[in-house]
Ligand binder design. Structure first.
Ligand SMILES: [Zn+2]
Length: 372
């Protein structure tokens, strides 16, 4: 049985078997054919982690509920720049980032396809999450990671038993290495290309709604490939279509100035992409993505629902991380982008504001302006 995915370019449905990460006919990206349907009556409160929302997933029925207790993360209220802000503590997930929500669904999908070994590429958090959930599901994982990625993240992946291979050059070089394996027939469990994780990020929206009892006015999150914020936006769209919230929150996507393709297109149109590079190091290594797979889908949903993209200058990133830590939130530099974003939107974002804290400070404990 295949999940309800279609090629966004030519409409080809996802095949009944195999694990193509792009459309075999045209090379397009597969995505959900519909918006999830959220039905409060269909929740399964006794299922572990995000599996209580299983009815919203596109997974086939034979996919097992692979879980390490991801999700159900706390929502902690604080004040920032004169505004009340709720921090969604995604960094307390089992491997220290929001990626666990996507990795749980990825591992379940791989099991449903009988996969026993798979490759992935990641700058860190997705790799660590994939390594952990592959271990949980009994799948051998090989992960290509840029050599500049945090050594702590690489050590975490290896600890779960993954084969970790460092690749010199930009983030895209690691992706190319994984694609070469895929060309030789190794299943490529791409968290970036396969849409399976988006359903996992949508559960963040369901939880926020359950935690505050209404829709937030604004949601702020970092944007790399764009899957996190797209998933969250679709989750709120699902709640809206189910009649549970009167309107969509405004979404605010944050990128690092060093590599900000979605922000560039939102501001200057597609020609602005020509100026974007991923050759400049940034402390926000988790969002150093030159060609965001979900960039177009995210721009589209942002345009339809008053979304905005922001950029944070390099010099502001580590002070932002320090400001969060001084309030008790120890996050990695990528996550700290939201702090400077909160400063930028403090006079325009509707209440209540929710900011997603994506990755743990333990992933990059050194306080240094050069990425390690
Ligand atoms: Zn296609």
């Amino acid at each position: 049985m295949a999940p309800n995915w279609r090629c966004t370019s030519c409409g080809t449905p996802y095949p009944e078997d195999g694990l193509p990460y792009r459309c075999p006919k045209c090379g397009g990206v597969f995505d959900r054919a519909d918006i999830p349907t959220f039905d409060p009556q269909a929740l399964q409160p006794h299922e572990p982690g995000i599996w209580r929302y299983r009815h919203t997933f596109t997974l086939p029925e034979n996919a097992p509920a692979v879980s390490l207790g991801e999700g159900q993360t706390p929502l902690v209220w604080d004040e920032a720049f004169g505004r009340k802000v709720a921090f969604k503590m995604e960094y307390v997930n089992p491997t220290g980032s929001h990626k666990d929500r996507g990795a749980a669904l990825m591992a379940a999908f791989l099991k449903s396809r009988g996969v026993t070994q798979a490759v992935e590429d990641s700058s860190g958090n997705a790799g660590a999450a994939f390594a952990a959930y592959a271990a949980r599901a009994g799948i051998h994982a090989r992960i290509y990671t840029p050599a500049y990625a945090s050594s702590v993240k690489r050590a975490q992946m290896a600890a779960y038993g993954a084969e970790v291979i460092a690749v010199d050059g930009p983030r895209s070089a690691a992706a190319e290495a994984a694609r070469r394996d895929a060309d030789q027939g190794v299943p490529y469990a791409s968290h970036a290309f396969l849409p399976v994780g988006l359903d996992g990020y949508a559960t963040i929206a369901y939880e926020i709604y359950e935690q505050i009892g209404e829709a937030p006015g604004a949601v702020v999150a970092p944007v790399g490939h764009g899957g996190l914020l797209l998933g969250i936006a679709r989750g709120f769209l699902a709640l809206h279509q189910s009649g549970l919230i009167p309107k969509m929150p405004r979404i605010f996507g944050v990128q690092a100035l060093a590599c900000a393709p979605v922000w560039a297109v939102a501001r200057g149109g597609r020609e602005a992409l020509g100026w974007v590079t991923d050759q400049v190091p940034t402390a926000a290594e988790g969002v150093r993505v030159r060609w965001p797979v979900w960039g177009d889908a995210l721009l589209q949903i942002a345009e339809a629902h008053d979304g905005t993209f922001l950029v944070v200058e390099e010099e502001a990133i580590l002070p932002a991380r320090e400001a969060l830590a001084r309030r008790g939130f120890f996050v990695e530099p990528t996550s700290a982008l939201v702090w400077d974003a909160l400063r930028q939107i403090s006079n325009c974002a509707p209440d209540p504001i929710v900011a997603v804290l994506t990755g743990s400070g333990f992933k990059a404990p050194k306080v240094s302006s050069s990425p390690s």
